[in-house]
Write a protein that binds this ligand. Structure first.
Ligand SMILES: [Zn+2]
Length: 72
């Protein structure tokens, strides 16, 4: 499981539709386009998306390791 593929929802500033983007797209500050044609530049203002990906992946890794430990 890769947490960077986790989807989050944002609102289009133009037509207010819900657009699904991945955490990775936010971390990469990708530009996406809405179905209405509006281009939206994703912004990871304080690096929080990157931080979440890092922290969650670490947590998953730890979980994985402790599960492995159970079945030695
Ligand atoms: Zn739109």
């Amino acid at each position: 499981m890769d947490i960077s593929k986790q989807k989050i929802e944002i609102d289009c500033s133009n037509c207010k539709s819900i657009i699904e983007v991945t955490l990775k797209q936010v971390a990469d500050e990708s530009t996406i386009s809405c179905k209405c044609g509006q281009k939206i530049k994703l912004s990871d203002k304080d690096g929080s998306a990157k931080k979440s990906i890092k922290e969650l992946n670490k947590a998953l890794e730890d979980l994985d390791n402790s599960l492995k430990g159970l079945f030695k």
